[in-house]
Design a binder for this molecule. Structure first.
Ligand code: TRP
Length: 355
């Protein structure tokens, strides 16, 4: 009996400007994981179209996310980088999971409620089924670990529920075909075809807030461009945005607790710590008692040093359509070969003739 091979999968939606929050919260962790894991990083264009996307914008954003992956240091030869729609097995497995997941499970998803808003009758069916496609993304590769933000935890739980129900519903057939894999669930040894995938939420995945309002998340949809540092911003723009970031009139506190109730100060300290790869306490011990007029130039310099080279590389790569499209095509072919192995077994387990 074999056990599941450790494998990392994650996805980023191509829905417009990537910003500092996406970089620190996701992409930088993807880069770190590739040293000791097999990784598959996917630009999830099929998830993007659960909400309306202008076709030309979708193409542009897909190339931009890919360019950001590469510019940040993801190695598309050692690992796999591709866009989701190229690998039809994702949609196929999502359909199978639509028949495994229950309406009640999806009805509980908070992201659907948020995105659909008041007009639920008018939301796309795809927006409702979004989590089953996400489960398919992950389980098409029988990935064991998924780095995600806090907001995706519920979708990961659903992915585990789907895997578990599939494993239970088909347990006899899985055993008959000898396709069971042993795994530990807590203290218990169980056997199944799909792994119960773990989220990777630990590690420095800071919540990066708006530079104009420290109580709101940094967001691509904020009407003020000054509220975020885009991954495509040049050095001058990055420095200007840090200079113009909202603050309060107090100097920085000399203790971490002093940041409480000061969301803008807290956000800038968080960003500094994340970029410098140190703790917020260390930042406070360096800058405690100093004015923002001293702290901001230091932060601007650090942000430019860390981000401007990535931004420049990203602009260069995303302008080279032939190159980016070639990376996605090659990645897609490798991904499809992997996913097809899973699907061939899944079809057999279910009783779908096709192999
Ligand atoms: N839902 C994720 C997000 O919005 C994107 C995503 C799609 C994803 N499929 C995935 C993330 C699979 C991790 C694994 O951030």
């Amino acid at each position: 009996m074999t056990s599941f091979k450790e494998r990392v999968f994650s996805g980023v939606q191509p829905t417009g400007n990537l910003h500092l929050g996406n970089y620190l919260g996701a992409i930088r962790r993807f880069v770190a994981l590739q040293d000791d894991h097999d990784c598959i990083y996917c630009v999830v264009d099929l998830h993007a179209i659960t909400l309306w996307q202008e076709p030309a914008e979708l193409e542009k954003a897909t190339r931009e996310v890919t360019a950001a992956f590469l510019a940040a240091g993801i190695d598309a030869e050692k690992h796999i980088v591709f866009n989701q729609s190229r690998v039809a097995q994702h949609a196929e497995l999502a359909w199978i999971f639509n028949c495994v997941a229950r309406m009640g499970w999806l009805n509980r998803m908070t992201q659907f409620k948020e995105k659909a808003g008041k007009d639920r009758e008018n939301a796309s069916v795809g927006l409702f089924a979004y989590p089953t496609l996400m489960a398919a993304d992950i389980l098409a590769y029988r990935a064991t670990h998924v780095p995600v933000g806090d907001d995706q935890k519920q979708h990961l739980e659903l992915t585990r529920d789907i895997a578990q129900k599939f494993n239970n519903d088909f347990s006899e057939r899985i055993a008959e075909l000898g396709l069971g894999v042993e795994m530990m669930v807590g203290e218990e040894k169980v056997n199944g075809f799909f792994p119960l995938t773990e989220p990777l939420i630990e590690g420095p995945a800071p919540r990066v807030m708006s530079l104009r309002d420290g109580t709101k998340k940094m967001s691509k949809s904020d009407p003020s461009d000054l509220s975020r540092i885009n991954l495509t911003d040049d050095a001058d723009t990055i420095a200007k945005k840090v200079r113009k970031a909202k603050t309060d009139p107090q100097p920085l506190p000399s203790e971490l607790e002093g940041l409480e109730g000061r969301p803008e100060a807290e956000n800038l300290v968080t960003i500094f710590a994340a970029l410098a790869e140190t703790s917020r306490a260390a930042v406070i011990s360096d800058f405690g008692g100093r004015q923002f007029s001293e702290f901001k130039p230091a932060l601007a310099e650090l942000a430019v040093e860390k981000l401007a080279p990535i931004a420049a590389e990203m602009r260069r790569i995303s302008a080279d359509h032939a190159y980016v499209d070639g990376v996605l095509r090659a990645g897609g072919e490798r991904a499809a070969a992997e996913a097809e192995q899973t699907l061939a077994m899944a079809r057999k387990i279910i009783g779908l003739l096709g192999n």
